[in-house]
Design a protein around this ligand. Structure first.
Ligand SMILES: [Zn+2]
Length: 382
């Protein structure tokens, strides 16, 4: 086991509500960008990365809302915490947030904040499926995929050359990071997250074949629609992913067997909502959803500068407007949000476009290392 310091960190972080993207964070990250001569020089401390992640999480929670139930948060935090402390970055302020939407998705904000939707939980059949999915998201964070994606973007270079206005630069960085997280990563990052994610889950004792099981369920759910939907929408082709997952299990001799269906069922009772029944957001009310599926980050990045203006719009409904953050599908001129009712038939990404709850408040749970250890022991995990 790791040092006791982790227990303190974990316990503290679970009790600490998410910080807003405040002045202090803005100034600090603005100066990071100013120091960077070009995008490839952009280096962040863990603390800076976490501040960026807080702001990205705030955007995500504003869009989808948070399930106001400490019990489900505690359970997901125990599973995620068991994985996080076995990861390569155990000392981040790992947090796990259950989003209040029927859409199936999971999103990793930089610095250790992982979001999984109520819809995703409703579709899973075992704790191992949850662990394998959380493992995938944890790898996006430990491998700093969002920061790497931003570094690839030319827009960051421009931002880095700006002088003054730390808050504005920070805002732009938050927009870029949110865009990357929402649109999904590139093929290489996704395959890396798949493979390292199941290795991590296996290390803790979870059956590593359950990511493939979940993806298969998801694939079944979406087979009637023309577009890839929601979670992993930008990901590599399903066939390739499943083959690579199987190969990883074989090549790396991953033999963990815990699935824990009963424990999962005792904690999660959400019922899935068919993709054709999912209500999506109204026109203009949430730009992330609407007109067509978001594109992989490489493509959507090109439009980030253009949309930068829009993202500075006054707040609506007490939250940060995400309008324009994710560029519309090909053509670029379509307005981002013409959606009502069922959307799968029109090729809209119903999983990501799904309506969310209105309460974005973080649900505070107190999980210490001793709780995680007891939880692992009960599940006969490693
Ligand atoms: Zn991913």
């Amino acid at each position: 086991m790791k040092s006791n310091a982790i227990a303190g960190t974990l316990a503290l972080m679970m009790m600490m509500p998410a910080l807003a993207a405040g002045e202090e964070a803005g100034t600090q990250l603005g100066s990071v960008l100013k120091r960077a001569k070009q995008a490839s020089d952009l280096h962040m401390s863990d603390a800076e990365e976490q501040k960026l992640g807080e702001a990205v999480s705030d955007n995500i929670r504003t869009r989808y809302g948070v399930v106001q139930d400490p019990a489900i948060h505690k359970y997901v935090t125990l599973v995620g915490g068991a994985l996080a402390i076995a990861s390569t970055r155990p000392n981040l302020n790992w947090r796990f947030v259950v989003l209040d939407t029927d859409g199936v998705n999971a999103l990793a904000a930089p610095g250790g904040i992982i979001h999984v939707t109520r819809g995703a939980l409703s579709l899973m059949k075992s704790e191992a499926e949850l662990a394998d999915v959380l493992g995938h998201e944890i790898i996006h964070i430990t491998e700093k995929h969002t920061l790497k994606a931003i570094q690839k973007g030319t827009a960051t270079k421009i931002a880095a050359e700006e002088s003054g206005a730390g808050g504005a630069v920070f805002g732009e960085l938050v927009n870029k990071a949110t865009n990357v997280v929402m649109a999904g990563f590139g093929r290489g990052e996704e395959l890396e997250a798949d493979q390292k994610g199941i290795v991590l889950a296996n290390k803790v004792g979870y059956d590593p074949s359950k990511l493939a099981a979940f993806l298969t369920t998801l694939s079944e759910r979406n087979k009637a629609s023309t577009e890839k939907q929601g979670l992993f929408a930008s990901h590599p082709e399903m066939k390739e992913r499943l083959e690579k997952l199987e190969k990883t299990v074989k090549d790396q001799k991953l033999t963990a067997t815990a699935t824990l269906e009963a424990r999962y069922a005792s904690h999660v009772s959400y019922k899935p909502v068919a993709i054709t029944e999912i209500a999506t957001v109204e026109a203009g009310s949430a730009g992330l959803a609407g007109g067509g599926s978001a594109k992989p980050s490489d493509e959507s990045k090109k439009e980030t500068d253009k949309s930068g203006e829009k993202t500075e719009e006054p707040k609506k409904k007490g939250g940060f407007s995400l309008k324009g953050l994710v560029s519309p599908s090909k053509g670029g001129e379509k307005s981002s949000g013409e959606t009502t009712g069922s959307s799968a038939a029109r090729g809209v990404d119903a999983e990501r476009g799904a309506k969310g709850g209105s309460n974005k408040n973080v649900v505070v749970v107190n999980v210490a290392l001793s709780d995680i250890n007891a939880f692992k022991k009960e599940g006969k995990l490693n």
